[in-house]
Design a protein around this ligand. Structure first.
Ligand code: PRX
Length: 647
């Protein structure tokens, strides 16, 4: 933690929508009278039929129900595209920067309108109707935004799967959402390397016979790919056969908008379901205020549309606000380690929003690759996805932002739809490593293990005591799991799964997950998922996975693996297991360290004591605590002497 304080500059306080006094007044109004507050701010989007009812939410575990603006009707693509045409038809909506710096494109709102309507008609031609789900497995190309908006135009529900997920992971998500149409590309391109997207889709579809009827393929690299007769179609061929115009479908505020799968502490990834009206109001409002977005700004969020950050802060929030949003296909280190800053200079980016892991990895290469670029256009920096350590914060602030750009450290989750705890650049004095204060309408509380609400400066688990419009509505197809996961630990409150400290100034400091979820390079991973991938290997009898501190990734994946009797713990097998997990889940789940352990520390009732495994993985085995309840305490000595992380 850092006790430094960076006050708001006079320039920011005067130019921003909100200064400190206004933040306090608006925040107070938002929590005292949420109906009035959101009733007013809900008007920021256009409604076909205006709502009369603003908030109808219950966190009662016997009846969890979240409804916002429930009698209003609207359409998301209309709000993100059509309504801007009169004023900004010729304004650039999307700046696309390709993996290769020579590849780029600018798409105006008028062009976006035409593309989205075409795409909507192509989806319709494949039988997609209102309420149907569509899986999108695309690289970071403008077609990803077209396909998303096209779904919303016709009332279909998209489920985007990150291009780094394996065929198995993709198949599980297609099957769970029961999508008969999959949108993909021949290949993706990242850091000069090709990603075999279509090949992965073929493998995924083969695993779930009968589910997928149509695969729509965008040509990205143009490499030839196998096309299955009757099932696979190139987008361009379909587009040539459908009309240009497609009117937006009238959707109820509570109709589902998208599903996004995310990892939890147990079982398979959950299909987080967001709905139409509340999500769009919240994504657009947070985008405007947190990034202080003004007409003419060039805004860049470096996330992938496969994650929630890409949904809310590359596509929906910015486009609903008529912004110019930059979409980047590549990676921070290609062709050179200065790429981010070169893109900033090339497109005169004003607001830059990235993840701490990217900052930490660039920090390792020193200041020179940053300093050789201008970055004069930058005004505001953002951070998201994991706690940012004060060293990385200071470097980001001093080197990248040259001390003149505030950093908004935004805390939120796939489930929350938008940013919940964050500084506002004209209002909030910054403390490196703190996400600072709640956004309007958000009521965080810190509770102890028994659920007692703690007051003042304290540390415990972070819960939110009342609903906000962007909140997820359910787990797709499993409302009980929704209630169980989020509303049963502390009855009547939304449990975030994060630990948190509040200081004497009322600032929040997120300390990381308190459940069996780890955060690897800002990607969320359930330890149970990695464990089940490992035990699926024929030579593995048991596995336990924990996180450990990693200099660049934030957390690394540490796997304890018990082999089947007679199997040898060789280096070769270690490599084979890493490759196996990559194949089963995807590269983001690759274990960093594998320890072959003949036994795992278990209680007499057979429960694995993860606390001990975490400590050993952290190389903190001096503080193992009470091990007397273990069935075989000798196991611990073996684990310590063969530990893989030695500081
Ligand atoms: O642990 C918190 C961490 O990321 C988790 C949510 O992950 P995901 O659903 O993948 O969404 C990431 C992008 C919104 C949280 O439970 N997290 C996210 N942002 C921060 C953070 N931890 C600390 N500070 C943040 N700014």
């Amino acid at each position: 933690m850092s006790d430094k304080l960076y006050p708001v500059s006079a320039d920011w306080a005067s130019r921003a929508y909100v200064d400190d006094a206004k933040y306090k007044a608006m925040y107070e109004a938002s929590v005292k009278a949420p109906e009035a507050f959101w009733g007013e701010h809900g008007k920021r989007i256009d409604w076909m039929k205006p709502y009369t009812r603003v908030k109808n939410t219950s966190y009662d575990p016997h009846n969890v129900s979240i409804r916002w603006f429930e009698d209003g009707t609207t359409n998301v693509s209309y709000n993100c595209v059509d309504r801007h045409l009169a004023k900004r038809g010729d304004q650039v909506a999307i700046i696309w920067e390709g993996d290769d710096p020579k590849d780029d494109a600018k798409i105006t709102y008028r062009q976006l309108h035409a593309e989205v309507m075409k795409w909507a008609n192509v989806l319709k031609s494949q039988g997609v109707k209102k309420g149907d789900r569509v899986t999108i497995y695309l690289p970071m190309i403008p077609e990803a935004a077209y396909a998303m908006l096209a779904c919303t135009r016709i009332g279909a529900v998209h489920s985007i799967v990150f291009g780094g997920f394996s065929p198995d992971s993709l198949a599980g998500r297609i099957e769970d959402a029961a999508t008969s149409v999959v949108v993909t590309a021949d290949e993706g391109l990242r850091g000069g390397r090709k990603v075999p997207l279509k090949v992965n889709v073929d493998a995924a579809v083969d695993k779930i016979p009968g589910v997928v009827k149509s695969v729509v393929v965008v040509k990205r690299t143009g490499s030839p790919v196998a096309m299955k007769e009757g099932r696979d179609h190139y987008y361009a061929d379909l587009a040539a056969t459908v009309p240009d115009e497609c009117p937006p479908e009238e959707m109820n505020a509570e109709d589902p908008l998208f599903i996004l799968y995310t990892s939890g502490s147990t079982g398979k990834p959950k299909g987080v379901l967001h709905s139409t009206g509340g999500y769009l109001v919240y994504a657009s409002m947070t985008h405007q205020y947190v990034f202080d977005y003004k007409d003419g700004d060039i805004y860049w969020c470096t996330a992938d549309v496969g994650w929630v950050t890409g949904h809310s802060y590359i596509v929906y929030g910015p486009l609903a606000n008529g912004a110019t949003t930059l979409m980047f296909e590549g990676i921070p280190t290609y062709p050179s380690i200065s790429r981010f800053w070169e893109v900033v200079d090339k497109h005169k980016v004003n607001t830059f929003y990235t993840a701490p892991t990217a900052i930490r990895s660039l920090m390792g290469a020193g200041e020179e690759p940053v300093k050789k670029t201008s970055r004069a256009s930058l005004r505001l920096l953002g951070s998201v996805g994991e706690p940012i350590n004060p060293e990385a914060w200071e470097w980001y602030h001093r080197v990248v932002g040259e001390g003149r750009c505030p950093i908004v450290d935004t805390w939120w989750q796939t489930e929350t739809g938008g940013i919940l705890i964050t500084p506002l650049p004209g209002a909030t004095a910054l403390k490196p490593g703190s996400a600072t204060r709640p956004f309007f309408g958000v009521q965080p509380e810190i509770v102890d293990a028994e659920g007692k609400v703690l007051e003042g400066a304290c540390e415990g688990n972070l819960v939110i005591s009342d609903s906000w419009p962007g909140q997820m509505r359910t787990v797709f197809g499993d409302h009980d799991r929704f209630v169980q996961t989020y509303f049963s630990t502390y009855a009547g409150k939304y449990f975030t799964g994060d630990g948190c400290r509040r200081d004497a100034d009322g600032y929040y400091w997120i300390t990381g997950r308190v459940d069996d979820v780890i955060n690897v390079s800002g990607h969320r991973m359930g330890t149970a998922e990695v464990e089940s991938a490992l035990v699926a290997h024929p030579k593995v009898s048991e596995a336990a996975v924990v996180g450990y501190p990693h200099d660049i990734k934030g957390q690394g994946i540490y796997a304890y693996v018990t082999l089947m009797t007679g199997e040898d713990p060789t280096e070769e097998l270690r490599k084979e297991l890493v490759a196996w997990v990559r194949k089963e889940i995807g590269p983001i789940a690759s274990p960093d360290l594998i320890q072959f352990s003949p036994g795992l520390p278990k209680t007499r009732s057979g429960k694995i004591m993860r606390r001990i495994l975490r400590k050993i993985a952290e190389d903190e085995f001096g503080a193992l605590g009470d091990t007397s309840t273990l069935a075989d305490p000798a196991v611990v000595d073996d684990l310590i002497s063969n530990r893989q992380n030695r500081k």
